[in-house]
Design a protein around this ligand. Structure first.
Ligand SMILES: [Zn+2]
Length: 353
């Protein structure tokens, strides 16, 4: 109930700021900030078709959000934004970032950005480009284009060594719980042995005729396309080799994932790569070893998936971002970007997500 009340107040406050024009007043009085939007895929596109709504945003919707900000804020890449924020004066900054390196970023988003005349940052999962391999979550979503979630869980249970995962997942379906796809994915992500999960998903993927190279070609840009994005003003950043949950790895393994991903980018793109995004990006997905490894690898900044905006004193390895997807609401993004939620927090009202 408390949460529901908070969400209602948050919604009303954001609408008030947005529709009365008060956001401009707040933006003028609040200290300058960098807002980083975070998305994955742009639709309509073949690469985003079978992915869930929280992983994609319609290109026209994204264009209207960026267009709104462009006329009022300084648009930048993540790297430019951090550098610019350290300077004393100027408008507040807004950067668009997209994770993983989906092909639609090049084919659909890049022309839209060029039309608007703005850049963005795309974080690349190096193995997908180097070896045309996809991480387990993409095989998971692909499998669900072939069989129902109930059938998938049933087959998973027959093949896996971890009976608990099967039983919990099966309950989601038999008890008719909300969003069993999300719940099963969460279970596979955090609560099962990753080697067993990968083995079973590989088996089911193969049984259903899955072709990993073909799926990688559908989903991810090639290095040539990455270079084309770079030439069009898109900054490319690191996102590890294989999109592993860093906090589950040893410090050495983390260093290999983060540093190896950066080496691949430097080799292929031949430029300074200042920015990094933690895979999955929640605070339990990375730890202090990940932060240290990112800096040691040569990254200057690292972005998370924790909501909020950034000020010059925000820790450079814990930059905040605002997720954008099909359900993104401009008034909520604006309330964050103008400093509206930061202002409310000064009065003890925590409205940021
Ligand atoms: Zn990612």
């Amino acid at each position: 109930m408390k949460h529901k009340l908070k969400m209602t107040v948050r919604e009303l406050y954001a609408r008030l700021l947005f529709h009365t024009g008060l956001h401009a007043v707040v933006n003028a009085v609040m200290p300058r900030r960098l807002t980083i939007l975070a998305g994955h895929c742009v639709s309509p596109s073949p690469s985003s078709e079978h992915l869930p709504a929280e992983m994609k945003i319609d290109v026209a919707k994204l264009e209207s959000i960026l267009g709104w900000f462009k006329s009022r804020y300084s648009m930048c890449t993540v790297g430019e934004g951090v550098t610019e924020l350290a300077k004393s004066n100027g408008k507040s900054l807004v950067a668009l970032s997209m994770d993983d390196g989906y092909r639609d970023n090049h084919r659909v988003m890049q022309p839209m950005l060029q039309k608007l005349g703005i850049g963005a940052t795309v974080f690349l999962e190096a193995r997908a480009l180097d070896e045309r391999r996809v991480n387990w979550s993409h095989k998971f979503f692909w499998i669900l284009t072939k069989v129902s979630i109930a059938d998938f869980i049933h087959r998973y249970g027959e093949l896996c060594k971890d009976e608990r995962t099967y039983h919990v997942a099966n309950q989601y379906v038999t008890e008719g719980r909300d969003d069993p796809v999300y719940q099963f994915k969460r279970l596979l992500k955090y609560e099962t042995d990753p080697h067993d999960r990968d083995r079973v998903i590989d088996l089911v993927f193969a049984e259903l005729g899955g072709d990993e190279t073909k799926l990688a070609d559908l989903l991810y840009v090639t290095w040539d396309e990455a270079r084309a994005m770079q030439a069009a003003g898109i900054e490319l950043g690191g996102h590890t080799i294989s999109h592993a949950i860093l906090s589950k790895l040893s410090p050495d393994e983390q260093a290999r994932e983060i540093g190896g991903g950066r080496d691949a980018l430097v080799k292929q793109l031949g430029r300074e790569i200042p920015t990094f995004a933690y895979p999955w990006g929640r605070r339990w997905d990375f730890d202090e070893h990940s932060e240290a490894a990112a800096l040691r690898a040569g990254f200057k900044t690292a972005v998370t998936m924790h909501a909020g905006t950034n000020r010059p004193d925000t820790k450079p390895t814990r930059l905040h971002r605002l997720a954008i997807d099909e359900n993104a609401k401009l008034h909520l993004l604006v309330a964050e970007a103008c400093g509206g939620f930061a202002l409310a927090a000064k009065f003890g009202l925590k409205l940021s997500e």
